[in-house]
Design a protein around this ligand. Structure first.
Ligand SMILES: [Zn+2]
Ligand SMILES: [Zn+2]
Length: 393
């Protein structure tokens, strides 16, 4: 059997086309699913021990050249699939991708393996055809339900925290954190601990930890209203020669604040989605007037576009919202409107690309994006579906 398979693999010609590659990767995932299950069976039969290996993990590493992480992932998936008939069938048939299977395995805690076996008939059909992000979302919801239902949590997974008000109005904190939460909390507190500055009264380490925790919580409160569609971007300052930009003067007279020259294409990109301040100067350095900041794309409009596009709209790119700019398809400098019919999300890389000469972009009324490359080829990206409904567990 392996002879025949090897011959097929070795003589296989994979044309560099989308169809061929979709099919190839699906087959790779199907074969991976089979290999994972067989490995778990080998493990259950103590096969590695009969070959002198101390564990299945070390057997995999030694005989296949996998590293720890990859071997661990395959073994975990294989062991789980042995308990999950429907998930395993969908993995074998390629209906669930290998990455989706890994997301499922990661989201089902050891204590809930049997629970997933009960729920998979309902859940798996809702995951088929989805991408990894959708699978993660659905599994996260399932996990929340499970965590609410299971009250007998093993100590390793227990988190509890008590805040008690003291007679003097202060608070006492007591609690237990599991390994993962404890590591996050410890790292954050250590990172937020500030040394005593010159002239400050000296604090004990315990006092500095408490102050750090207060700082972390204050920072969280200051940012808690930031919606999921928020932009997280650094600010950049550009000094623009208006005449150069509007074509009335030679190019190359605009620059970053530190004096580095900036091209007109880069300026157009920055202006697509910027907070613009008007500064009127006289001569080289005297500032006569400094205007209020105006956003090229107001926050409400950004939210609408973010909800529609969900990620970078360059075909095939899924860079998430916080890493995207709002791009004016027809630039406002040339009279393009600032509304959803003229704005799409693009990540930094693709935003830079689309402003280069030779790239053409169209935004159709149904929010389909068409991009014509310098070689004349056209790529299309359809807007993601607004919601993906599916029954709960
Ligand atoms: Zn742009
Ligand atoms: Zn992109």
């Amino acid at each position: 059997m392996f002879e025949a398979l090897r011959e097929v693999v070795e003589t296989l010609e994979i044309p560099p086309t989308g169809d061929a590659l979709r099919e190839t990767w699906r087959l790779v995932d199907q074969l991976t699913a089979r290999a994972r299950e067989a490995t778990a069976e080998f493990d259950a039969l103590d096969g590695p021990a009969t070959e002198g290996a101390l564990s299945t993990l070390s057997w995999l590493k030694h005989h296949t050249g996998m590293d720890d992480t990859v071997a661990g992932r395959h073994l975990k998936a294989g062991r789980r699939l042995r308990h999950w008939q429907i998930t395993a069938t969908a993995a074998r048939s390629g209906e669930l991708s290998g990455s989706q299977v890994e997301v499922i395995c990661a989201q089902v805690p050891t204590r809930a393996v049997e629970r997933w076996a009960e729920h998979e008939p309902l859940m798996v059909p809702t995951l088929v055809g989805g991408d990894v992000a959708q699978t993660r979302l659905a599994m996260g919801r399932w996990r929340q339900v499970i965590d609410g239902v299971d009250d007998e949590k093993p100590p390793a997974e227990r988190n509890d925290l008590y805040l008690s008000v003291l007679p003097d109005g202060g608070q006492r904190i007591d609690g237990n954190l599991d390994h993962k939460t404890g590591a996050v909390v410890g790292d954050a507190i250590r990172a937020a601990m500030r040394p005593d500055l010159d002239g400050e009264p000296e604090r004990t380490p315990a006092r500095r930890r408490a102050d750090a925790l207060g700082d972390i919580c204050a920072l969280y409160l200051a940012h808690q209203n930031t919606p999921a569609t928020a932009r997280q971007r650094p600010s950049a300052h550009v000094v623009i020669d208006w005449d150069a930009l509007t074509g009335m003067a030679r190019p190359g007279s605009s620059h970053w604040l530190d004096g580095t020259p900036i091209s007109n294409a880069a300026i157009a990109q920055v202006l697509c989605d910027a907070n613009i301040h008007r500064v009127i100067v006289s001569g080289a350095s005297a500032i006569l007037d400094y205007g209020r900041g105006t956003k090229a794309v107001p926050t409400n409009l950004w939210t609408v576009i973010a909800l529609r596009d969900r990620h970078c709209r360059f075909p095939g790119c899924d860079m998430p919202i916080p890493r995207c700019d709002a791009h004016h398809v027809n630039h406002w400098l040339h009279g393009g409107p600032t509304n959803p019919t003229n704005i799409v999300l693009l990540c930094e890389r693709h935003h830079t690309l689309i402003h280069l000469p030779g790239y053409e972009m169209k935004l159709l009324p149904d929010a389909t994006v068409e991009i014509t490359l310098p070689n004349g080829r056209t790529l299309t990206s359809h807007p993601p579906p607004l919601t993906r409904a599916g029954p709960g567990p």
